[in-house]
Design a protein around this ligand. Structure first.
Ligand SMILES: Cc1ncc(COP(=O)(O)O)c(C=O)c1O
Length: 396
């Protein structure tokens, strides 16, 4: 496939207010927070220009055309028959994760999740004085150093207590890049139904699929699963527009949905007119070629990074992500001279990754690498890592 979108451009994002590009000094290349260094699809840019030209930024609160587009998208992609009123718009999914804990768990109740996991999962229960209960994913390493993560169902069973109320699912999984298979999801759903756990399913990475595997929203496994599930999605990762601030929650069970709406009313803000305009354009068929191009580009970036790791740092165990633009590297077998690989690469390579320890104890000794950037910058990141490890004189 010949790419028609210039993902190779090194767009200067410094001094634009970008969080990713302003947290560290100028000589540091950022490869941490999960936004990509690519412009959003042209139809999104056009819709935003039109909204600016109209020039009135009043309250919107809702978008019936976006509801209709999402109903169509769920039907076409997943055969999932939702109605427009099953959708609740939210300004971001982190708030939705937090409100899920407030709405479906009482003080002292427990929220279960598998680790390592996207850090706001860990704090969502405790922010509202609920209890976070983590279960490590099981990791096995093949002879070639590739790690593969699976759900440890025995450990999940053992973690159930009389106060267990919610299971928070990250699907596809950040940071380990797994697309959960149908049989894994079925087993998980059976577990949640048996223990009467609400499933809070964060499926924000559902469109960033790098191979031929498809995403299965857990709520589509059956009506009894849907009745106990709150699904969270957004255009923000897929179309690189997280700063525009729009996500949506789907709950086909009116009781589950109303409980969420009641918990959020007056506490959570609404998306604004720009985010509704951008999201509608992102989910229009005109933006699909951009996404098709993106997935080709990300796949090549993923493979470039994976080969470099295998060649340059054979002791590093790594997962080859099936989804997301995030790689997860295990440096525990390399004695880097620093408190953590994150610290080492920041100080010695001048590259900012995410510290694996932020993703739970199971992530200590790892870094998460955001490869959603131009090929040139990715190669520069790899070269900086190589030089730093060589200068440290350790055997990688
Ligand atoms: C699994 C997951 N959920 C939620 C978010 C953040 O979503 P939002 O910006 O809508 O809060 C991210 C961002 O990286 C993520 O990886």
């Amino acid at each position: 496939m010949t790419l028609t979108v210039p993902f190779d451009a090194n767009i200067d994002r410094r001094r634009t207010g970008s969080f990713k590009w302003s947290l560290y000094p100028e000589d540091v290349l950022p490869a941490w927070v999960a936004d990509m260094d690519f412009q959003a699809p042209e139809p999104v840019l056009r819709a935003l220009r039109e909204a600016v030209d109209h020039g009135i930024f009043g309250y919107h609160f809702d978008s019936p055309p976006l509801r209709d587009a999402l109903v169509r998208r769920m039907a076409e992609r997943y055969g999932w028959p939702i109605g427009p009123r099953d959708i609740v718009f939210v300004p971001n999914l982190v708030s939705a994760l937090n409100f899920t804990c407030l709405a479906y768990a009482e003080l002292g109740d427990e929220v279960l999740m598998t680790t390592p996991v996207y850090p706001p999962f860990l704090n969502a229960p405790t922010n509202g004085s609920r209890i976070t209960r983590t279960v490590d994913l099981a990791a096995r390493t093949d002879a070639d150093g590739r790690m593969h993560y699976e759900i440890d169902f025995d450990a999940l069973e053992a973690a159930i207590t009389p106060r267990s109320r919610i299971f928070m699912l990250c699907s596809p999984h950040n940071p380990v890049g797994r697309i959960w298979t149908r049989s894994e999801l079925e087993r998980l759903a059976e577990f949640c139904l048996r223990h009467k756990l609400l499933i809070g399913a964060d499926e924000i990475h559902c469109d960033v699929l790098l191979d031929d595997q498809t995403h299965i929203p857990i709520a589509t496994l059956g009506p009894e699963v849907a009745a106990q599930t709150l699904t969270m999605m957004a255009p923000s990762k897929t179309f690189n527009m997280p700063g525009l601030g729009l996500g949506f929650v789907i709950a086909t069970n009116p009781e589950v949905r109303q409980r969420f709406e009641k918990a959020t009313a007056f506490y959570m803000s609404h998306p604004g007119p720009m985010s509704f305009a951008g999201a509608l354009a992102a989910y229009s068929p005109e933006s699909q070629p951009w996404l098709d191009n993106l997935l080709v580009y990300l796949r090549e970036n993923r493979d470039t990074l994976a080969s470099a790791i295998q060649e340059l740092f054979p002791k590093v165990r790594y997962t080859v992500p099936e989804a997301t633009f995030l790689a997860w590297l295990d440096w525990r077998d390399v004695p880097l001279p620093a408190a953590s690989p994150y610290q080492f690469f920041l100080e010695q390579a001048r590259v900012a990754f995410n510290d694996g320890a932020a993703f739970g104890e199971a992530g200590r000794g790892f870094v998460r690498v955001n490869y959603g950037t131009s090929r040139g910058r990715l190669l520069e990141i790899i070269e900086r890592m190589r030089r730093a490890v060589e200068a440290a004189g350790v055997s990688p």
